[in-house]
Design a protein around this ligand. Structure first.
Ligand code: NAD
Ligand code: WQD
Length: 340
């Protein structure tokens, strides 16, 4: 059973490919390596001991995407990760984000429709909720106007899949991720942020390893118990496993609607200070940090209502926050060895 994983050499994609291969699926990755490296393919093979197919091209290229689907018309399902994801960059270069994230999705849906491939799992984000009025946030909470072009591409992509499902017989599972962190237990694959990280976890580990002088904690005057902002952090392997379950739900035709939406989080919110404390506890490493003003555009707090995913997918996260922070540290130390 062949599954196409777009963006499969990226952070979440690579972990998902491992879980798919572990479950016996044949995987074909399409990635243009714009934000990942070719070595990831060998690293995946080191973990699973299995072969996969790889095609390197830009999914915004309509002719190449068409040709690809013609060539591999035995694909049974698509997991579409390929996208640009830097929120700040998307504010400065909105067209780059709209072009990449939307054209690639459109080309993929076209290729699927033309070749009678009905199933797509799509990487959406909790960013579609903005600051929810009710917490934990449920899937039926209103989608709020996106503050960044990146967030807008996720909302529009959800709409595109919904519309396509009505007219072209496409079935979609939209997975709204909360904050994925950590790395595979082998520390052979993990997140590879280019340049200065934007996200909390890689910033913490790069500070601890000495690449950054200190972590800037963006604001401690939020209306939260310790004043720092709250997010729902989940381990990337837990997240990856949900994709396998979603694919099987499609293949086994147990979906209850043509398009389904699931929150993927732990259901627990942790503050920035709690993440720092967890990191120090799980690694024994003391972290330098300084409290700064709030980061523009940040919301105060969000965590997932996971009842629907728990019940319908039979999925729930397994890793604790301390396991997540320890695994991120193990990966950072592995990267440091490679850099030497
Ligand atoms: P990533 O950048 O590590 O992986 C994305 C991959 O897609 C990269 O390997 C990149 O080279 C590839 N790619 C990008 N544009 C492409 C194109 N036009 N053609 C072919 N390949 C292309 O990102 P990730 O963290 O693994 O995220 C995967 C998906 O999950 C993205 O859609 C992202 O928006 C979404 N998401 C991520 C997070 C997060 O915190 N990491 C949270 C919510 C949603
Ligand atoms: C988490 C918390 C920061 C860095 C982003 C995207 C979102 C989704 C996930 C893709 C916040 C604080 C961070 C630092 C800090 N991605 N922080 N110092 O902002 O929740 O979400 O990634 O869809 O769309 O916006 O994640 O890891 O950047 O921040 O204090 O150096 O850590 O202020 O409270 P965020 P994050």
């Amino acid at each position: 059973m062949k599954i196409l994983v777009t963006g499969g050499t990226g952070y979440i994609g690579s972990h998902t490919v491992v879980e798919l291969q572990n479950r016996g699926y044949d995987v074909i990755i399409v990635d243009d390596l714009s934000n990942s490296s070719i070595e990831v393919l060998d690293n995946i093979a080191k973990i699973t001991g299995k072969k996969l197919l790889f095609e390197q091209f830009d999914l915004t290229d309509q002719d190449k995407t068409k040709g690809f689907f013609r060539k591999y018309n035995d694909i049974k399902g698509v997991i579409h990760f390929a996208a640009f994801k830097a929120v700040g960059e998307s504010v400065n270069f909105p067209l780059k984000y709209y072009r990449n994230n939307l054209l690639s999705l459109i080309n993929i849906l076209q290729g699927m429709g033309d070749n009678a491939i009905p199933n797509i799992v799509f990487s959406s984000s909790c960013t579609v909720y903005g600051q929810p009025a009710v917490l934990p946030v449920r899937e039926d909470a209103p989608v709020q106007k996106a503050w960044s072009p990146y967030g807008a591409t996720k909302q529009i992509s959800e709409d595109i899949i919904n519309d396509t499902s009505r007219s072209a017989g496409i079935k979609g599972i939209l997975l709204r991720y909360f904050n994925p962190i950590g790395a595979h237990e082998s520390a052979i694959i993990g997140e590879l942020p280019i340049g200065e990280p934007n996200c909390l976890m890689p910033y913490i580990t790069q500070t601890a390893i000495g690449k950054r002088p200190f972590l800037r904690v963006w604001g401690n005057d939020y209306n939260t118990p310790d004043g720092t902002a709250i997010r729902d952090y989940l381990h990337v392997t837990d997240l990856a496993k949900a994709h396998v379950i979603a694919v099987e739900r499609m293949l086994n035709e147990t979906m209850k609607q043509n398009v389904e939406v699931f929150n993927l989080g732990t259901g627990n919110g942790f503050s920035v200070m709690q993440v720092i404390e967890s990191f120090e506890r799980s690694t024994g490493v003391k972290l330098n940090y300084q409290i700064m003003d709030r980061r523009p555009g940040d919301i105060e707090q969000v965590w997932a209502d996971t009842a629907f995913a728990n019940k319908e997918l039979g999925w729930k996260t397994e890793k604790s926050l301390d396991e997540m922070t320890a695994s991120a540290w193990k990966w950072e130390k592995e990267l440091a060895k490679k850099r030497k």
